[in-house]
Design a protein around this ligand. Structure first.
Ligand SMILES: Cc1ncc(COP(=O)(O)O)c(C=O)c1O
Length: 397
């Protein structure tokens, strides 16, 4: 029988483009300054091997079963304890583990948003979060960032105006207060407090995405926004940047109502208990502070090499804020530059970067680009920046 396929209408809000930053290039000489990935060499493979064996041999019967909604307690105990560095003091039952920070963001968006609700975001912002908000049918409004993070005075102005004109108040404000993706900047203490105050005053939730929280090159840990507004902040963390992204383990800290709704949305499909048992065993096995020190040292060195290479290759033709943690460096070019022009050329010459535009909901970012210093080795960073500069000067002499 010949099957005649008819046109099928798929769901309205499926993203129109794939996630950005990953390329399929397998040439070993290609330099991936686009990948927002941790350094492969920092994965604790030997310790993970032992932890996996321990999880199977000593906890396998439990960890390989359906585990009930909560999952293993040990991992939440660790998260509870570690959260104190950001002045977050919670009980285990205020924490839900998720398949990475991204699932936590997605669940939070689904719990809070209906079509036509408003989400306010930083500009630029993390593109996968943008995709997730778009999929709820919510309207997105953006606020600019300077070297102290999102400009909270502009958010306040917009809230005052919205209330006065009887316009929509956002249901959710999405913010990355530490080592922001893509700009690398952190939100000042005053702005954190102000945002928390506004969340109560105007009755919206803040989704605090703290994916890079631990990777502070100066060992400086400002309190989380959560610590100033426990009832109006959903805090999100992840093991992706401090252990490995492939384990797909993150978490959400929130109030009881949000957590209840999140559990309902997860439809009984708890986060992989086996992985949680392995990571719990790993964290018992290693001294986390020593592991973290190694990560910070490595990433700080890579950042410094990237900064030095940029100064050598671009001189005063670019500006940037020096990131004090995380993975990213955000380059600003002259306003007439379009980074798309030379990004393609750089790609042909063997370097990938991410152009600025996808990080914006509005039509901005043409003269900006994101570099990631965490994934490549020192030689690749030096070579990659040199090639990028050659591609740039081929267009803009
Ligand atoms: C700001 C930010 N939030 C969330 C994520 C997603 O992290 P995960 O791997 O835990 O889903 C990333 C990953 O790159 C990120 O940069």
């Amino acid at each position: 029988m010949v099957k005649q396929l008819q046109n099928y209408q798929y769901a309205k809000y499926i993203p129109s483009s794939p996630s950005i930053g990953g390329t399929t290039v397998t040439d070993p000489l290609h330099v991936h300054l686009s990948f927002g990935y941790p350094s492969t060499h920092l994965f604790p493979l030997i310790e993970l091997n032992r932890a996996a064996s321990n999880a199977i041999l000593n906890h396998g019967e439990h960890a390989l079963h359906y585990s009930g909604a909560e999952g293993p307690a040990k991992i939440r105990e660790w998260i509870k304890h570690r959260s104190k560095i950001r002045s977050i003091y919670v009980d285990q039952n205020q924490i839900i583990t998720t398949a990475g920070a991204m699932q936590a963001i997605d669940l939070a968006a689904k719990v809070l948003l209906n079509p036509d609700d408003e989400v306010w975001v930083e500009e630029p912002t993390y593109f996968n979060a943008l995709q997730s908000f778009r999929m709820t049918g919510a309207k997105i409004k953006s606020f600019p960032i300077d070297e102290h993070g999102v400009q909270v005075d502009l958010i306040e102005e917009a809230l005052v105006k919205a209330r006065k004109l009887n316009k929509k108040i956002p249901k959710l404000l999405y913010c990355m207060p530490n080592f922001h993706n893509p700009t690398g900047v952190s939100l000042s203490l005053e702005r954190r407090k102000k945002l928390a105050h506004l969340a109560y005053e105007y009755n919206f939730y803040i989704l605090e995405d703290d994916a890079y929280s631990e990777l502070s090159f100066k060992n400086r840990y400002l309190p989380a926004i959560y610590s100033f507004a426990e009832e109006r902040v959903i805090y999100v963390g992840t093991f992706s940047k401090i252990i490995a992204p492939g384990i797909r383990l993150g978490w959400m800290i929130a109030n009881e109502k949000v957590l209840q709704n999140t559990h309902l949305l997860m439809l009984g499909s708890q986060t992989n208990p086996f992985t949680q048992e392995i990571i719990a065993s790993l964290l018992e096995e290693i001294t986390f502070e020593d592991h973290l020190e190694r990560l910070i040292l490595t990433y700080r060195q890579k950042r410094d090499i990237m900064l030095e290479s940029i100064k050598t290759s671009f001189g005063d033709d670019v500006t940037f804020v020096v990131p004090e943690g995380g993975f990213f460096l955000w380059l600003n070019f002259h306003p007439e530059v379009d980074t798309a022009n030379f990004a393609n050329e750089a790609f042909r010459r063997g370097v990938s970067i991410v152009e600025g535009k996808p990080f914006f909901e509005t039509n901005q970012g043409a003269n900006q680009l994101r570099l990631c210093f965490s994934y490549c080795n020192e030689e690749q960073i030096r070579r990659g920046i040199k090639i990028l500069a050659d591609a740039y000067y081929a267009y803009y002499e």
